[in-house]
Design a protein around this ligand. Sequence first.
Ligand SMILES: Cc1cc2nc3c(=O)[nH]c(=O)nc-3n(C[C@H](O)[C@H](O)[C@H](O)COP(=O)(O)O)c2cc1C
Length: 416
Amino acid sequence: MKRVDDFRLHFGKHELVPIMIGGMGVDISTSMLALEAARLGGIGHISDAMVPTVSDRRYNTKMVSAKQKLYKFNIDNSDKSVVQFDLAQLAEAQRNHVEATMNAKRGSGMVFMNCMEKLTMNGPKETLRVRLHAALDAGIDGITLAAGLHLGSFALMEDHPRFRDAKLGIIVSSVRALQLFLRKSSRTGRLPDYVVVEGPLAGGHLGFGMDWAEYDLATITREVLDYVKAENLDIPIIPAGGIFTGSDAAGYLEAGAAAVQVATRFTVTNECGLPESVKQEYFKANEEDIEVNGISPTGYPMRMLKSSPSIGSDIRPNCEAYGYLLDANGSCDYIEAYNREMASNPGAKKVAVFDKTCLCTHMRNFDCWTCGHYTYRLKDTSVRNADGNYQLLTAQHVFEDYQFSTDHQVLLPKAA
Ligand SMILES: Cc1cc2nc3c(=O)[nH]c(=O)nc-3n(C[C@H](O)[C@H](O)[C@H](O)COP(=O)(O)O)c2cc1C
């Protein structure tokens, strides 16, 4: 059987190792992680989820506290429609993140940005347009359109001078979603440069309902490959979700995929943005410790560790500081759930909310431990130290294990 290194992903004159590390917000797929993928000849992603927060943390800005101060008067109001993002500041945050990353880029690979439509930010169209344009302005190699159907996103970038030269791709979970996207985007006269087909075993939000277990990546990938072939479309297809070993990846490449997108195995690397204690939670997780639930206010099911502090938490909505999931009318399902609990517990200072979570605050604090289905296999990818903790891996180690391993073997690190 072949190994991943027997294949290459071709983007025009670019030849890449066909391994793409998927975007993981909020700053879980850090610049450092994406840059390692690029240095090793593959593709890495940074994410623009809550990018002003990332800018504050990494580039010494004070955007979040300034916004919170500006809208402090509204904290007790459940109508958040006044809480708007300053578009110039949003663009600045995006440029800070992309420029710093691209300036540090070495090697022959690429760095893309994962851009989620579901971050509606109390102004879905304008805020998405600003994020897309600023990323292109700042020199990102490509943009992966994620978490949404993105039926209007190509049109939002059409007037940008880099619209035809940057690599633009979309994540879909069905042929139908791809067909819709192609139909709606055809007016711009541009096809996507790649399509990520994300199956139900992925981490983060899922493009399926709670019946996700009835679908499988191999079947959906086959359907998408058949469709593009039948339509004579020359678009690289990149499956994602549950591709755990180099041999899993090589199997997809042999079946006609152009590359694979992977993430879970990189959550326990030094370069991943999760705090070390959370990486240990991922290592130690067993299959029964993981669930897919409906607590994300986006309406998409999300996979996470059952021990995530975000489940059943009692925090007040923090939209004045964040507000990334506010819809076009300034509401969010968490605000409704929180207010309902407060109303049915008069006098209580704090109430636990179980059906929804304040995703912004918890993702910002790394308290929503979203993860891929095979997180419970991470313990088989490292060695245990005398203190019971697992040894973190380097991104290079995991990347090269995908690239060179055979027979479903996983290379363990040398004990420190
Ligand atoms: C911790 C974590 C966070 C993620 N966050 C995002 C995200 O913000 N946007 C997105 O499009 N996909 C997200 N994903 C999905 C990955 O980009 C990727 O497509 C998928 O997890 C690949 O499957 P694997 O984790 O089994 O390798 C996330 C995955 C993980 C594990």
